[in-house]
Design a protein around this ligand. Structure first.
Ligand code: TRP
Length: 332
């Protein structure tokens, strides 16, 4: 039986990129494996330590989005990272053996320092972002990590840390399995302006957006930029709206018709978008209904997180005592 771990930072509402890129896999895996899904608040603090005011509200939003898309607390452990102290203990242990060079070479690290110039990220904690991430995975000895593509370099680093720890302390035994990335096979969903979907670009379609809001955003969404006039033929493979069709319009037939119509200028972008909207509504309505049901029940949300943490803790305690043993630490 495989174990699965993944997490998301509580930085606000999730968007359709999170849904297509990761959450569809999370939902599928909860029926196949033992899954641990964590709201990683320590990770959020690593970049937002100067402004933690929204952490609690953001954690609630992310939990609602998860439950909305169909994570089922009966099938998987859903919990807040800081509620399971072993993550921090494991982070200490892994920090002992992670060479600085591995962290300094991490492409995400360099990129974030450049892109988030309004935050001072030249801290000891932020450099160790991937060490905590590896620790999250190791606490559950997870074999599989379903994430968006942007995280795969981090999972790769976890494999190297696992290998190093096993080699140094395993006495020939594999203490931590080398975790494997699971990527979604859906194409990336671009934002309304055709760039990467991101809250900070203001181009996101959020999971929690009501149907009329989604429709409004899609109606003004960028299309194949080379198709200037209605009479110009278009190329679906260069059109952000086509990526939405690939995700939402999955009952077959109509898609070929739309692609052919676009290429022959038989249909316009307005028509193409009109054909997309009912598929979006059909997919998102049950998600919104579930989200709303939980939204009005804070007691139940708390219960879910409490139960999730206690399930996670049971495994976490077992792993940590093994780690203390492997490190030769004195026992009482
Ligand atoms: N860094 C991940 C992100 O920003 C979140 C995360 C933290 C994570 N720990 C993890 C993902 C462990 C997978 C496994 O999306």
């Amino acid at each position: 039986m495989y174990r699965v771990f993944s997490g998301m930072r509580p930085t606000g509402r999730l968007h359709l990129g999170h849904m297509a890129g990761a959450l569809t896999n999370w939902v599928r895996l909860q029926d196949e494996c033992e899954c641990y899904y964590s709201i990683v608040d320590w990770h959020a603090l690593m970049s937002d330590y100067a402004d933690p005011g929204r952490l609690r509200a953001n954690s609630r939003e992310i939990l609602l989005d998860w439950l909305g898309v169909g994570l089922d607390p009966q099938k998987c452990a859903i919990f807040v990272q800081s509620h399971v102290r072993e993550h921090v203990e494991m982070h200490m242990a892994m920090s002992l053996i992670t060479p600085l060079g591995w962290l300094e070479r991490n492409p995400t690290y360099k990129e974030q320092i450049l892109n988030l110039q309004n935050k001072d990220l030249s801290t000891y904690g932020f450099l160790g972002y991937p060490v905590l991430m590896a620790s999250d995975i190791f606490v559950y000895k997870a074999n599989k990590v379903p994430v968006g593509e942007d995280q795969s370099a981090h999972v790769e680093l976890s494999r190297e840390i696992a290998r190093r720890f096993n080699h140094m302390y395993g006495k020939g035994k594999e203490i931590f399995p080398e975790p494997e990335t699971i990527l979604s096979h859906y194409p990336k969903i671009p934002g309304t302006d055709g760039r990467k979907m991101s809250k900070s670009y203001g181009n996101s379609l959020d999971i929690a957006d009501e149907i009329p809001e989604l429709e409004k955003k899609i109606r003004t969404m960028a299309t194949d930029t080379a198709r200037e006039r209605r009479t110009d033929p278009g190329e679906p493979d260069k059109c952000p709206v086509w990526d939405l069709h690939k995700f939402f319009n999955n009952d077959g037939s109509q898609k070929d018709e739309i692609a052919a119509g676009c290429r022959s200028a038989g249909i316009g972008c307005v028509d193409c978008k009109k054909m997309l909207l009912p598929h979006v509504a059909r997919h998102m309505e049950p998600i919104h209904a579930r989200r709303r049901r939980y939204e009005s029940n804070d007691g139940e949300l708390e219960d879910i997180l409490r139960a999730g943490a206690s399930r996670a803790r049971a495994q976490a305690e077992r792993t940590m005592s093994e780690v203390y043993g492997a490190l030769g630490m004195p026992t009482v």
